[in-house]
Design a protein around this ligand. Sequence first.
Ligand code: FES
Length: 131
Amino acid sequence: MSKQLTIGSLKKNILDMKRQQHNEIEDTSVNENQSILNGRQESDHSSKIFVKQKSVVCAVQPMNEMTLLDSALEQSCHLEHKCKKGTCGKCTVRILKGQSVLSNPNDLENEKLGSQLGDGYRLACQALFKA
Ligand code: FES
């Protein structure tokens, strides 16, 4: 007996696949030294940083002397933002993997995010890559 596929069953399969991909990326934050992403092992020195803003997840290659926001935008990761001055908070992202390549939060981030910093949140417009 063959299994009949319907539009509903196909949509469910696609949603399950998206959920699984999302969970794989979330899991990478658990292990900072090695990650398994898309079935391939990467060392922590692959240097890409994974950020999440609402439902958007991006892998951003660090770019010297640029903010996380500018680097992401340059690499077609369209993170929401507004002021680029650290005041509106619109660019807030959660770092899923690669926090170690970012410099310490500045005063604006400390003021705006407070205890959220401990949960991996950063202001993308203020977060700089370490030189
Ligand atoms: S864009 Fe406003 S705080 Fe970053």
